[in-house]
Design a protein around this ligand. Sequence first.
Ligand SMILES: Nc1ncnc2c1ncn2[C@@H]1O[C@H](COP(=O)(O)OP(=O)(O)O)[C@@H](O)[C@H]1O
Ligand SMILES: [Mg+2]
Length: 271
Amino acid sequence: MEKIQSAIAKARAERQHVSPTRPLFHHRDYDQDHSETAWAALPLIEPSMKRLRSQRIVTLDRVGEAAAFDKLRTRMLQQMHANNWRRVAITSPGPSSGKSTVSMNLAYSMSRQMKSRVILSELDLRKPSIMKSLRLKTDRDFSKVIQHTSPFADEAVRLKSNFALGVLQRPVEASAEILQNPQLEDTLQQIEADYDPTIMMFDLPPFQVSDDVMAFATKVDCVLIVAAAEQTKIDALDVCERELADVTNILGIVLNKCRYETEDASYNYYG
Ligand SMILES: Nc1ncnc2c1ncn2[C@@H]1O[C@H](COP(=O)(O)OP(=O)(O)O)[C@@H](O)[C@H]1O
Ligand SMILES: [Mg+2]
């Protein structure tokens, strides 16, 4: 654990802020009534608390383990607000570190702040998991939105009144073509214009698997890296953080799956 912490501190000292290449967003440009109607039209599917807890999603209410995520959420929102950022990607050096679990926990935690509007997009195209883990009963498919064959309004669902989710029905092979397609930026801007979210979260593939993550990282304001304690190698974390820091801002690193829990949870955050 010590080693991971010192590697993180070292990388952080070397890092500088990267300015987003696209224009920053101004909330007042958008029409409040239009976005409220758009949110209300998304079908609401609420997974049971039991189901969520069985998948380690603990932030639907404010008890026990939710505290660590709530702290992380608050720091994220403060930092993003201060910089006028609203797109954040979640990745990890290797697979199965808890990217989707952390993304869902943060999204639920954010949605408990009633003024926030959260959109989470599942973009680990080769390994989607949310549909199955939450047992969502819907045939809506976010892959059609990012392949530009159907609008977000027809393919997204809401898990809470102010939490929209773009979920994948099945693995999509053309991950690189989709995530590296310049047209994707237009689609994201359209979603922002229609839904005026406080935050757009993207549950990305693992960094090491392909260059998809580097390509997509240019489209976000910042990235949160999930490292799995005792699984993620320090060298891999270092490469991941350094390369991403060249194209976007590193919001922080979440150390997940800690065997020795701190007093409030098994999640640690180095922001
Ligand atoms: N803190 C944790 N402790 C134990 N298991 C976890 C933790 N976070 C996630 N997991 C489990 O690890 C597996 C992979 O998590 P997932 O979020 O799907 O990873 P990824 O999206 O990075 O592939 C899932 O079975 C999940 O329930
Ligand atoms: Mg995942």
